[in-house]
Design a protein around this ligand. Sequence first.
Ligand code: HEM
Ligand SMILES: *[C@@H]1O[C@H](CO)[C@@H](O)[C@H](O)[C@H]1NC(C)=O
Ligand SMILES: *[C@@H]1O[C@H](CO)[C@@H](O)[C@H](O)[C@H]1NC(C)=O
Ligand SMILES: *[C@@H]1O[C@H](CO)[C@@H](O)[C@H](O)[C@H]1NC(C)=O
Ligand SMILES: *[C@@H]1O[C@H](CO)[C@@H](O)[C@H](O)[C@H]1NC(C)=O
Ligand SMILES: *[C@@H]1O[C@H](CO)[C@@H](O)[C@H](O)[C@H]1NC(C)=O
Length: 351
Amino acid sequence: MTLEISLSRSNIPLVTVAFIFSHELFALSPLRTFTIINFLLVFPVVFTGSSDANLSTKFYCKTCPKVLPIVKSVVESAVSKDSRMGASLLRLHFHECFVNGCDASVLLDDTSSFTGEKTAFPNNNSLKGFEVVDKIKSKLEKVCPGVVSCADILAIAARDSTVFLGGLSWDVKLGRRDSKTTSFAAANSSGFLPVATYNLSSLIQTFKAQGLSTKDLVALSGAHTIGQARCISFRSRIYNDAIIDSSFAKTRQQNCPNTSGSGDNILAPLDRRTPKHFDNKYYKNLLKKKGLLHSDQVLFSGGSTDSLVKLYSKKRKAFSSDFAAAMIKMGDISPLTGSSGEIRKNCRKPN
Ligand code: HEM
Ligand SMILES: *[C@@H]1O[C@H](CO)[C@@H](O)[C@H](O)[C@H]1NC(C)=O
Ligand SMILES: *[C@@H]1O[C@H](CO)[C@@H](O)[C@H](O)[C@H]1NC(C)=O
Ligand SMILES: *[C@@H]1O[C@H](CO)[C@@H](O)[C@H](O)[C@H]1NC(C)=O
Ligand SMILES: *[C@@H]1O[C@H](CO)[C@@H](O)[C@H](O)[C@H]1NC(C)=O
Ligand SMILES: *[C@@H]1O[C@H](CO)[C@@H](O)[C@H](O)[C@H]1NC(C)=O
């Protein structure tokens, strides 16, 4: 699957991809050809995306001028009740975009014709915020029915959550449309969503496959300055990793037993100091070998990203502006535009 994934995620214009494929088909074994064709059938959406995402900050100016205040008010009331919800909404946008582009596919519930992404390994028992998205959608449907996509709701909610918790704002580009289908297989496969056990080169590769740079990887990982992780996500780090502060490991071990299956869902903050504030303490933790996830600490473990981690730990403004820029880039991953996809009436199911 490596070839297919790297092709599909690199935002190569359609024509180039088509050429590579027609060229490849002659040279490949029947089995390989079948895999590629099968892949095209399973993931048709990504091949219609181009690097010119065609999104615009003014997309709803005429058709739904109240979209921004409406999303903001629902996000702010949800995050004031439970600050973790801000983290959950930010993460939803990330998980949405890394599987077949920013098309709200992650929001679809299972149906008789497909299994959605919600139970895929990186999402299962972990993603949250679906009810908040439903609330935003139903408010918008009252004011401007059939106009605002679920994919755009996720992009705006991610920004509003970041800002409400103390991060820098950015202008959200809009005009994405929603997918009519989803892919459990893609969400569960290695190569799309990164997982906590990845080493630095796998993380870099996963982001590169989405058209995101190593700098984007380091800046976007700063999202782990808010929110929580389950024991199952950091158990092997606190018991088996070499690069970890020993007193930090001992503290975390008190609430996360080494026995697999026991205490899997017990939570710990991703940023041990200020998990409700969008600041740069995440990077300061890494300098002290107190990153919670293995995939956090590998960003500061003697490799090529050490210098950026140091920079962001010292200069909050450099982090904030690089984070904002990277969020805009992430929001541009293979959106559906024009007449592709649809505007869902209910974010959980195709129309
Ligand atoms: C670099 C690769 C990344 C890996 C391997 C990764 C992995 C994880 C894991 C394992 C968790 C905890 C899940 C759980 O135990 O339930 C988590 C939580 C979180 N991730 Fe990431 N993540 C990555 C990048 C990102 C990015 C790019 C963003 C957003 C821009 C993000 C935002 C979050 C947030 C906000 C949480 C906390 C969610 C909550 O409290 O509900 N992550 N991530
Ligand atoms: C998702 O979690 C449930 C338990 O809550 C488990 O039964 C199921 O096998 C998991 N699915 C996957 C794909 O890991
Ligand atoms: C999903 O991925 C997980 C982790 O890689 C794997 O253990 C599981 O077998 C996969 N499930 C399916 C149904 O492919
Ligand atoms: C990183 O992990 C990948 C996949 O498990 C592996 O092939 C690679 O050798 C690892 N790289 C390093 C530098 O350890
Ligand atoms: C935790 O469990 C792992 C795997 O079962 C084992 O290798 C390791 O020695 C254990 N560590 C501690 C501190 O008990
Ligand atoms: C992007 O916009 C340009 C100019 O408005 C248009 O010609 C083109 O078809 C659009 N592309 C997509 C993918 O919607």
